[in-house]
Design a protein around this ligand. Sequence first.
Ligand code: ATP
Length: 211
Amino acid sequence: MIGIFGGTFDPIHFGHLRPALEVFQDLRLEQLRWIPAGQPPHRDSPDASIEQRLDMLRLALQDIPQSVVDECEVQRPGPSYMFDTLTMLRQRFAETGLALILGMDAFNGLPGWHRWQELLNLAHIIVCSRPDVDLAASAELHAMIAASRVDDISRLHDSHGGLIYIHPVTALPISATEIRGICKQGKSPRFLLPANVCDYIEQNGLYRQEV
Ligand code: ATP
């Protein structure tokens, strides 16, 4: 089973890395594909350029085997829809299960995503807990969970997609928004993200200006 972790990664931080590693280990994934959004459909343009976000991802992941940076969304023109990404991966890895990993806030936003109800036709959805974020009181989401949730990790290996698994992960109340805010104040974000990513941010003067 291949894990898919999408995001803006503006910048990548320990709130991404630790939950992803825990899911990777606990679900016995064979690979983790990190997919930075080119044009995120649900938010403003990122502060850092795509080249800078890719550089930071590669720095963060350089010592993590089985982690792959997948540039499919940054190379595809137009908005970065996860439906299109999973359709492409489903064709490419036809014999392998796919597991889309989402933080609880991202899962709560799912009903706004392009063709969201078809995502389970392409992959499992793994929902990671996120501090201060509860499952939304959305009837659509609750219906989806009622139809597809499993509590037994081993069930995920029996099919290539179609199931929802909610995974408690170590609570790290870190966000990229907070890190950008710290940098804008001229302070250091060190210890919220890998040291080499922090060095890159400081060397390139990222997030210092209001954009
Ligand atoms: P921003 O603050 O700019 O919105 P972010 O820190 O939420 O960014 P994203 O790149 O938007 O990071 O998130 C990518 C994925 O990582 C999403 O599924 C999100 O829910 C998850 N995620 C981000 N931070 C955490 C965290 N601290 N704990 C658990 N999941 C997280």
